[in-house]
Design a protein around this ligand. Sequence first.
Ligand code: SF4
Ligand code: MG
Length: 324
Amino acid sequence: DSPLIEVRNLKKYFPIKKGIISRTVGHVKAVDGLDFSIFPGETLALVGESGCGKSTTGQAIVQLDPQTEGSVLFEGTDLSGLSHSEMRKMRTQMQIIFQDPYSSLNPRKRIGDLLAEPLIAHKLADKKEAYKKADEMLEIVGLTKFYRSRYPHEFSGGQRQRIGIARALILNPKLIVCDEPVSALDVSIQAQVLNLLKDLQKEFQLTYLFIAHGLGAVKYISDRIAVMYLGKIVEIAKTEDIFKNPKHPYTKVLLSAYPIPNPHLRGRERIIVQGDVPNPANPPKGCSFHTRCPIAQEICKVEAPVLSGEGHMAACHFPHSPIS
Ligand code: SF4
Ligand code: MG
């Protein structure tokens, strides 16, 4: 299968400005050289602590906030080569769902208008068709068309996320970037929204980039997982390989935060890493995880490990060493 999305050496650097003339004194390397593909129909999870660059990556992929270097290919087309109007067309293929759908839903507009709007704006339907499609969409995401004349504030968090999903889906996209879509919801509602996303994926042959801060949330929804730390991917593999045979110490730390329902692994202690996430404006030399890694050696302070392996890739000099 050829990939739907190919990310090549993706970088997003933000300048650090100082003084009254705003001199650039350095860069925050929010995303620092990512290479990966997303295949049609799969869910790739992007996991890491806040500030690791996962949302920035998602926004660059849909070109909401394009990269400063490297490229994103959609079905083989380099997005940075597209004109404004070509990109506008392309955007219907790539939608994004945010953690807080409320902030992306205009509070003064009725739900029916909010859903019909993108179809009309992209000239994909006339008014009548667009409103009919909006009604259908409300039913598809588990709401009812009778909600069409209500306003966003009249809905619960879970319902608003369903509306956010409907709004993304109405353009019939191929890719949806889900940026922590359930993190702000009550635990009881989270599973419902995840199940909805799974059902919609099957029904509409969707491909997901699913962003989350922990591994627990993505265990049941992702086919593969990429773990990010300080702007880089430190491990990428099939979901079951990440859970059964994690290689990178940071992945092992993230995993230890979850109770594992496997009797052979019971009693696994939660591993607490020392220190805070380093300042991304001034990341540690060598392996950027060495300041917190429980098994760091001298080489780790000077030589950055490269992401390597067949299928299951990790960036660590000691991928086979146990950490506790
Ligand atoms: Fe830890 Fe060294 Fe591996 Fe980095 S390269 S994760 S510091 S063991
Ligand atoms: Mg984020």
